[in-house]
Write a protein that binds this ligand. Structure first.
Ligand SMILES: *Cc1c(COP(=O)(O)O)cnc(C)c1O
Length: 390
Protein backbone atom coordinates (compact mmCIF):
# COMPACT_ATOMS: atom_id res chain seq x y z
CA UNK A 1 0.00 0.00 0.00
CA UNK A 2 1.35 3.45 -0.81
CA UNK A 3 1.38 6.03 1.91
CA UNK A 4 0.39 9.61 1.06
CA UNK A 5 3.49 11.23 2.50
CA UNK A 6 2.82 14.54 0.78
CA UNK A 7 -0.48 14.87 2.55
CA UNK A 8 0.98 13.85 5.92
CA UNK A 9 3.65 16.52 5.59
CA UNK A 10 1.34 19.20 4.22
CA UNK A 11 -0.92 18.70 7.23
CA UNK A 12 2.06 18.91 9.62
CA UNK A 13 3.50 22.43 9.37
CA UNK A 14 6.58 21.55 11.44
CA UNK A 15 7.90 19.20 8.76
CA UNK A 16 8.86 22.30 6.75
CA UNK A 17 11.22 23.56 9.44
CA UNK A 18 12.71 20.54 11.18
CA UNK A 19 13.53 16.87 10.71
CA UNK A 20 11.69 15.74 13.80
CA UNK A 21 12.85 12.32 14.99
CA UNK A 22 11.71 12.83 18.56
CA UNK A 23 8.20 11.44 18.31
CA UNK A 24 8.89 9.24 21.33
CA UNK A 25 9.40 12.52 23.20
CA UNK A 26 6.74 14.80 21.79
CA UNK A 27 5.57 14.59 18.18
CA UNK A 28 4.83 17.38 15.74
CA UNK A 29 1.09 17.98 15.82
CA UNK A 30 -1.12 17.95 12.74
CA UNK A 31 -2.61 21.38 12.01
CA UNK A 32 -6.13 20.20 12.85
CA UNK A 33 -5.09 19.40 16.42
CA UNK A 34 -3.59 22.84 17.01
CA UNK A 35 -6.60 24.52 15.40
CA UNK A 36 -8.95 22.60 17.68
CA UNK A 37 -7.07 23.69 20.80
CA UNK A 38 -6.79 27.33 19.77
CA UNK A 39 -10.46 27.56 18.81
CA UNK A 40 -11.50 26.41 22.26
CA UNK A 41 -9.07 28.75 24.05
CA UNK A 42 -10.48 31.68 22.06
CA UNK A 43 -14.00 30.61 22.94
CA UNK A 44 -13.03 30.56 26.63
CA UNK A 45 -11.82 34.14 26.22
CA UNK A 46 -15.05 35.17 24.52
CA UNK A 47 -17.68 33.58 26.73
CA UNK A 48 -15.94 32.13 29.81
CA UNK A 49 -14.32 28.81 30.69
CA UNK A 50 -17.32 26.97 32.12
CA UNK A 51 -19.62 28.35 29.44
CA UNK A 52 -17.25 27.29 26.67
CA UNK A 53 -17.11 23.81 28.18
CA UNK A 54 -20.93 23.63 28.25
CA UNK A 55 -21.02 24.70 24.64
CA UNK A 56 -18.45 21.99 23.77
CA UNK A 57 -20.23 19.27 25.81
CA UNK A 58 -21.05 17.10 22.81
CA UNK A 59 -17.55 17.41 21.39
CA UNK A 60 -16.02 16.63 24.77
CA UNK A 61 -18.20 13.52 25.03
CA UNK A 62 -17.04 12.58 21.54
CA UNK A 63 -13.41 12.62 22.75
CA UNK A 64 -14.18 9.55 24.89
CA UNK A 65 -15.68 7.82 21.87
CA UNK A 66 -12.70 8.69 19.66
CA UNK A 67 -10.12 7.54 22.19
CA UNK A 68 -12.15 4.39 22.86
CA UNK A 69 -12.31 3.59 19.16
CA UNK A 70 -8.58 4.13 18.83
CA UNK A 71 -7.86 1.29 21.29
CA UNK A 72 -10.94 -0.88 20.71
CA UNK A 73 -12.69 0.02 23.98
CA UNK A 74 -16.07 1.40 25.08
CA UNK A 75 -16.30 5.14 25.86
CA UNK A 76 -17.22 4.42 29.51
CA UNK A 77 -13.92 2.52 29.85
CA UNK A 78 -11.87 5.67 29.19
CA UNK A 79 -10.65 8.22 31.75
CA UNK A 80 -9.13 11.40 30.34
CA UNK A 81 -6.18 12.65 32.38
CA UNK A 82 -3.09 14.81 31.97
CA UNK A 83 -0.35 12.25 31.40
CA UNK A 84 0.48 8.59 31.15
CA UNK A 85 2.08 8.81 34.58
CA UNK A 86 -1.18 9.97 36.13
CA UNK A 87 -3.11 7.31 34.21
CA UNK A 88 -0.76 4.51 35.25
CA UNK A 89 -0.45 5.66 38.86
CA UNK A 90 -4.15 6.10 39.50
CA UNK A 91 -4.76 2.62 38.11
CA UNK A 92 -1.94 1.06 40.10
CA UNK A 93 -2.83 2.85 43.33
CA UNK A 94 -6.37 1.47 43.02
CA UNK A 95 -5.25 -2.15 43.03
CA UNK A 96 -5.53 -3.72 46.49
CA UNK A 97 -2.14 -4.97 47.65
CA UNK A 98 -1.33 -7.07 50.72
CA UNK A 99 1.87 -8.23 52.39
CA UNK A 100 3.05 -11.45 50.83
CA UNK A 101 1.51 -10.78 47.44
CA UNK A 102 3.73 -10.54 44.37
CA UNK A 103 3.88 -8.17 41.44
CA UNK A 104 5.46 -9.30 38.18
CA UNK A 105 7.13 -6.86 35.83
CA UNK A 106 9.79 -6.90 33.12
CA UNK A 107 13.15 -5.25 32.44
CA UNK A 108 11.66 -2.64 30.15
CA UNK A 109 9.36 -1.16 32.80
CA UNK A 110 9.20 2.62 32.64
CA UNK A 111 11.12 4.55 35.28
CA UNK A 112 8.21 6.16 37.12
CA UNK A 113 6.26 2.89 37.09
CA UNK A 114 9.25 1.04 38.51
CA UNK A 115 9.63 3.61 41.29
CA UNK A 116 5.92 3.38 42.14
CA UNK A 117 6.16 -0.43 42.23
CA UNK A 118 9.16 -0.30 44.57
CA UNK A 119 7.49 2.27 46.78
CA UNK A 120 4.27 0.28 47.04
CA UNK A 121 6.19 -2.87 47.93
CA UNK A 122 8.05 -0.99 50.67
CA UNK A 123 4.75 0.22 52.08
CA UNK A 124 2.73 -2.97 51.87
CA UNK A 125 5.20 -5.83 52.18
CA UNK A 126 4.34 -7.08 48.71
CA UNK A 127 7.32 -8.16 46.58
CA UNK A 128 8.36 -7.13 43.10
CA UNK A 129 9.68 -9.79 40.75
CA UNK A 130 11.34 -8.89 37.49
CA UNK A 131 10.70 -11.56 34.87
CA UNK A 132 13.83 -12.24 32.84
CA UNK A 133 14.21 -11.53 29.14
CA UNK A 134 14.30 -14.27 26.53
CA UNK A 135 17.21 -14.65 24.13
CA UNK A 136 15.80 -11.87 21.93
CA UNK A 137 15.61 -9.35 24.76
CA UNK A 138 11.84 -9.28 25.11
CA UNK A 139 10.02 -10.44 28.23
CA UNK A 140 10.26 -14.23 28.52
CA UNK A 141 6.64 -15.35 28.26
CA UNK A 142 7.33 -18.90 29.47
CA UNK A 143 9.20 -17.59 32.51
CA UNK A 144 6.29 -15.29 33.24
CA UNK A 145 3.84 -18.19 32.93
CA UNK A 146 5.88 -20.21 35.41
CA UNK A 147 5.69 -17.40 37.98
CA UNK A 148 1.99 -16.72 37.61
CA UNK A 149 0.43 -18.08 40.82
CA UNK A 150 -2.59 -17.21 42.93
CA UNK A 151 -0.61 -14.77 45.04
CA UNK A 152 0.27 -12.52 42.08
CA UNK A 153 -1.64 -9.28 42.56
CA UNK A 154 -0.65 -7.70 39.26
CA UNK A 155 1.34 -8.06 36.07
CA UNK A 156 2.74 -4.68 34.98
CA UNK A 157 4.34 -4.50 31.54
CA UNK A 158 5.62 -1.71 29.31
CA UNK A 159 4.59 -2.50 25.74
CA UNK A 160 7.31 -0.45 24.03
CA UNK A 161 10.21 0.73 26.15
CA UNK A 162 11.11 4.38 26.20
CA UNK A 163 14.77 3.58 25.56
CA UNK A 164 14.71 0.81 22.98
CA UNK A 165 12.95 -0.26 19.81
CA UNK A 166 11.63 -3.58 21.01
CA UNK A 167 7.94 -4.37 21.22
CA UNK A 168 7.10 -6.73 24.08
CA UNK A 169 4.77 -9.67 23.31
CA UNK A 170 1.91 -8.06 25.23
CA UNK A 171 -0.83 -10.20 23.68
CA UNK A 172 0.93 -13.40 24.78
CA UNK A 173 1.17 -11.96 28.29
CA UNK A 174 -2.50 -10.98 28.15
CA UNK A 175 -3.53 -14.53 27.26
CA UNK A 176 -1.72 -15.77 30.37
CA UNK A 177 -3.12 -13.16 32.76
CA UNK A 178 -6.65 -13.72 31.47
CA UNK A 179 -6.40 -17.43 32.00
CA UNK A 180 -4.98 -16.89 35.49
CA UNK A 181 -7.47 -14.13 36.41
CA UNK A 182 -4.63 -11.75 37.34
CA UNK A 183 -4.96 -8.00 36.58
CA UNK A 184 -2.74 -6.84 33.70
CA UNK A 185 -1.66 -3.18 33.60
CA UNK A 186 -0.06 -2.27 30.28
CA UNK A 187 1.97 0.90 29.76
CA UNK A 188 1.20 1.65 26.11
CA UNK A 189 2.63 5.15 26.21
CA UNK A 190 4.98 4.57 23.24
CA UNK A 191 2.72 2.23 21.30
CA UNK A 192 -0.57 4.14 21.09
CA UNK A 193 -0.41 6.27 17.95
CA UNK A 194 2.52 4.28 16.60
CA UNK A 195 1.24 0.70 16.52
CA UNK A 196 -2.17 -0.86 16.12
CA UNK A 197 -3.34 -1.21 19.73
CA UNK A 198 -6.51 -3.12 20.61
CA UNK A 199 -7.26 -3.83 24.25
CA UNK A 200 -9.09 -7.07 23.49
CA UNK A 201 -6.32 -8.42 21.29
CA UNK A 202 -3.79 -7.47 23.96
CA UNK A 203 -5.88 -8.89 26.80
CA UNK A 204 -5.04 -6.07 29.20
CA UNK A 205 -7.42 -4.87 31.93
CA UNK A 206 -5.79 -1.47 32.30
CA UNK A 207 -3.83 0.55 29.73
CA UNK A 208 -2.10 3.89 30.20
CA UNK A 209 -1.12 6.25 27.39
CA UNK A 210 -0.08 9.82 26.79
CA UNK A 211 -1.21 12.29 24.15
CA UNK A 212 1.95 14.08 23.10
CA UNK A 213 4.05 11.17 21.83
CA UNK A 214 3.25 9.16 18.71
CA UNK A 215 -0.43 10.05 19.01
CA UNK A 216 0.48 13.66 18.15
CA UNK A 217 -1.92 15.26 20.63
CA UNK A 218 -1.23 18.32 22.82
CA UNK A 219 1.13 18.11 25.76
CA UNK A 220 -0.55 17.66 29.13
CA UNK A 221 -3.06 15.08 27.89
CA UNK A 222 -3.30 11.34 28.46
CA UNK A 223 -5.78 8.59 29.10
CA UNK A 224 -6.45 5.41 31.01
CA UNK A 225 -8.41 2.45 29.69
CA UNK A 226 -10.02 0.46 32.51
CA UNK A 227 -12.17 -2.48 31.43
CA UNK A 228 -15.82 -2.76 32.51
CA UNK A 229 -14.90 -5.99 34.25
CA UNK A 230 -12.15 -4.60 36.46
CA UNK A 231 -13.42 -1.09 37.26
CA UNK A 232 -15.95 -2.13 39.95
CA UNK A 233 -13.06 -3.73 41.88
CA UNK A 234 -10.85 -0.65 41.87
CA UNK A 235 -11.39 2.43 44.02
CA UNK A 236 -8.80 5.17 43.50
CA UNK A 237 -7.19 6.77 46.57
CA UNK A 238 -7.96 10.21 45.13
CA UNK A 239 -11.58 10.89 44.22
CA UNK A 240 -12.47 14.14 42.50
CA UNK A 241 -15.83 15.78 42.14
CA UNK A 242 -17.03 13.62 39.23
CA UNK A 243 -15.22 10.50 40.40
CA UNK A 244 -17.67 9.88 43.22
CA UNK A 245 -21.06 11.07 44.42
CA UNK A 246 -21.62 12.41 47.95
CA UNK A 247 -24.90 10.59 48.50
CA UNK A 248 -25.66 11.76 52.06
CA UNK A 249 -23.86 13.50 54.94
CA UNK A 250 -21.92 10.30 55.67
CA UNK A 251 -21.99 8.27 52.48
CA UNK A 252 -20.47 8.35 49.02
CA UNK A 253 -20.26 6.12 45.98
CA UNK A 254 -17.60 5.90 43.31
CA UNK A 255 -18.71 6.58 39.74
CA UNK A 256 -19.75 3.32 38.06
CA UNK A 257 -17.39 3.71 35.12
CA UNK A 258 -13.86 4.89 34.33
CA UNK A 259 -14.80 8.44 35.37
CA UNK A 260 -13.83 7.36 38.88
CA UNK A 261 -10.20 7.68 37.79
CA UNK A 262 -10.52 11.32 36.69
CA UNK A 263 -10.29 14.58 38.57
CA UNK A 264 -12.76 17.32 37.83
CA UNK A 265 -10.56 20.14 36.66
CA UNK A 266 -8.90 19.63 33.32
CA UNK A 267 -7.50 21.24 30.25
CA UNK A 268 -10.62 21.16 28.07
CA UNK A 269 -8.85 22.68 25.06
CA UNK A 270 -6.11 20.07 25.33
CA UNK A 271 -8.58 17.22 25.65
CA UNK A 272 -10.48 18.41 22.59
CA UNK A 273 -7.10 18.36 20.87
CA UNK A 274 -6.57 14.80 22.10
CA UNK A 275 -9.87 13.83 20.50
CA UNK A 276 -8.85 15.52 17.25
CA UNK A 277 -5.54 13.62 17.32
CA UNK A 278 -7.32 10.30 17.89
CA UNK A 279 -9.67 11.00 14.98
CA UNK A 280 -6.73 12.04 12.83
CA UNK A 281 -4.91 8.78 13.57
CA UNK A 282 -8.08 6.79 12.86
CA UNK A 283 -8.35 8.65 9.57
CA UNK A 284 -4.99 7.25 8.47
CA UNK A 285 -5.79 3.89 10.02
CA UNK A 286 -3.77 2.43 12.88
CA UNK A 287 -2.53 -0.51 10.81
CA UNK A 288 -1.35 1.79 8.01
CA UNK A 289 0.40 4.02 10.56
CA UNK A 290 2.09 1.01 12.14
CA UNK A 291 3.28 -0.34 8.82
CA UNK A 292 4.80 2.97 7.78
CA UNK A 293 6.28 3.87 11.20
CA UNK A 294 7.90 0.46 11.60
CA UNK A 295 9.32 0.70 8.09
CA UNK A 296 10.83 4.10 8.93
CA UNK A 297 12.45 2.63 12.04
CA UNK A 298 13.88 -0.36 10.17
CA UNK A 299 15.14 1.87 7.38
CA UNK A 300 16.96 4.15 9.81
CA UNK A 301 18.44 1.17 11.67
CA UNK A 302 19.77 -0.17 8.39
CA UNK A 303 21.31 3.18 7.48
CA UNK A 304 22.93 3.65 10.89
CA UNK A 305 24.32 0.12 10.92
CA UNK A 306 26.47 0.98 7.91
CA UNK A 307 28.15 3.96 9.57
CA UNK A 308 31.56 3.07 11.04
CA UNK A 309 31.64 3.65 14.80
CA UNK A 310 27.86 3.56 15.16
CA UNK A 311 26.22 0.69 17.07
CA UNK A 312 22.45 0.17 16.93
CA UNK A 313 21.26 -0.98 20.36
CA UNK A 314 17.70 -2.17 19.76
CA UNK A 315 16.77 -5.71 20.66
CA UNK A 316 13.62 -7.78 20.27
CA UNK A 317 11.77 -9.87 17.71
CA UNK A 318 9.30 -7.17 16.78
CA UNK A 319 10.81 -3.69 16.56
CA UNK A 320 9.26 -0.30 16.04
CA UNK A 321 10.01 3.32 15.21
CA UNK A 322 12.21 3.88 18.25
CA UNK A 323 15.84 3.54 17.19
CA UNK A 324 18.60 3.65 19.80
CA UNK A 325 22.28 3.82 19.05
CA UNK A 326 25.68 4.92 20.33
CA UNK A 327 28.58 6.54 18.51
CA UNK A 328 32.07 5.39 19.56
CA UNK A 329 33.83 8.06 21.59
CA UNK A 330 31.06 10.64 21.28
CA UNK A 331 28.76 11.29 24.28
CA UNK A 332 25.08 10.92 23.45
CA UNK A 333 24.37 14.54 24.40
CA UNK A 334 27.00 15.71 21.90
CA UNK A 335 25.34 13.65 19.18
CA UNK A 336 21.97 15.13 20.06
CA UNK A 337 23.34 18.68 20.12
CA UNK A 338 25.17 18.32 16.79
CA UNK A 339 22.01 17.00 15.18
CA UNK A 340 19.88 19.75 16.67
CA UNK A 341 22.26 22.39 15.32
CA UNK A 342 21.62 20.85 11.91
CA UNK A 343 17.83 21.01 12.34
CA UNK A 344 17.40 17.36 13.30
CA UNK A 345 15.67 16.47 16.58
CA UNK A 346 16.62 13.34 18.50
CA UNK A 347 16.91 12.73 22.25
CA UNK A 348 19.05 10.95 24.81
CA UNK A 349 17.95 8.13 27.13
CA UNK A 350 20.10 7.49 30.21
CA UNK A 351 20.45 4.38 32.31
CA UNK A 352 18.95 6.19 35.33
CA UNK A 353 15.61 5.94 33.55
CA UNK A 354 16.26 2.31 32.62
CA UNK A 355 18.03 0.55 35.50
CA UNK A 356 16.70 -2.89 34.61
CA UNK A 357 17.45 -2.62 30.90
CA UNK A 358 20.12 -0.16 29.72
CA UNK A 359 22.01 -0.22 33.03
CA UNK A 360 21.86 -4.01 33.16
CA UNK A 361 23.29 -4.11 29.62
CA UNK A 362 26.19 -1.89 30.71
CA UNK A 363 24.99 1.11 28.71
CA UNK A 364 24.98 4.48 30.48
CA UNK A 365 23.25 6.36 27.67
CA UNK A 366 21.96 5.96 24.14
CA UNK A 367 20.82 8.34 21.43
CA UNK A 368 17.15 7.83 20.62
CA UNK A 369 15.88 8.68 17.15
CA UNK A 370 12.16 8.17 16.73
CA UNK A 371 10.77 8.82 13.25
CA UNK A 372 7.06 8.65 12.48
CA UNK A 373 4.93 7.97 9.43
CA UNK A 374 5.45 11.57 8.29
CA UNK A 375 9.27 11.19 8.27
CA UNK A 376 10.69 11.50 4.75
CA UNK A 377 13.76 9.80 3.23
CA UNK A 378 15.34 13.23 3.24
CA UNK A 379 14.79 13.53 7.01
CA UNK A 380 16.59 10.21 7.47
CA UNK A 381 19.47 11.28 5.22
CA UNK A 382 19.83 14.42 7.31
CA UNK A 383 20.40 12.32 10.44
CA UNK A 384 23.32 10.59 8.79
CA UNK A 385 24.75 13.75 7.25
CA UNK A 386 24.83 15.56 10.61
CA UNK A 387 26.12 12.65 12.70
CA UNK A 388 29.35 13.60 14.48
CA UNK A 389 32.15 11.13 13.92
CA UNK A 390 35.21 10.73 15.98
C1 LIG B 1 6.90 8.85 28.34
C2 LIG B 1 6.55 7.56 28.95
C3 LIG B 1 5.72 7.51 30.08
C4 LIG B 1 5.27 8.75 30.81
O1 LIG B 1 4.39 9.53 30.07
P1 LIG B 1 3.97 10.95 30.65
O2 LIG B 1 2.89 11.41 29.77
O3 LIG B 1 5.20 11.79 30.59
O4 LIG B 1 3.53 10.78 32.04
C5 LIG B 1 5.33 6.29 30.55
N1 LIG B 1 5.75 5.15 29.96
C6 LIG B 1 6.57 5.14 28.89
C7 LIG B 1 6.98 3.85 28.27
C8 LIG B 1 7.00 6.35 28.35
O5 LIG B 1 7.83 6.34 27.31
Amino acid sequence: MTFDLDRARRETPGTATVAHLNNAGSALRPQVVTDTVLAHLRREDEIGGYEAEDEAADRLAAVYASVARLVGAHPDEIALVESATVAWDVAFASIPLRAGQRILTARTEYVSNAIALLQACERTGATLEVVEDDEHGQVDVDALAARLDDDVALVALTHVATGGGLVNPAAAVGRLTRAAGVPFLLDACQSVGQLHVDVDELGCDLLAATGRKFLRAPRGTGFLYASRAITPHLVPPVLGLDAATWTSATTWEPAPDARRFETWERNVAGLLGLGAAAEYALGWGTRAIEERAVERGERLRGMLAEVPGVTVRDKGVQRCAIVTFTVDGVPAADVRDALRAAGVNVSVTRSTSSQLDLAARGLTEVVRASPHYYTSDDDLERVLAALPRR
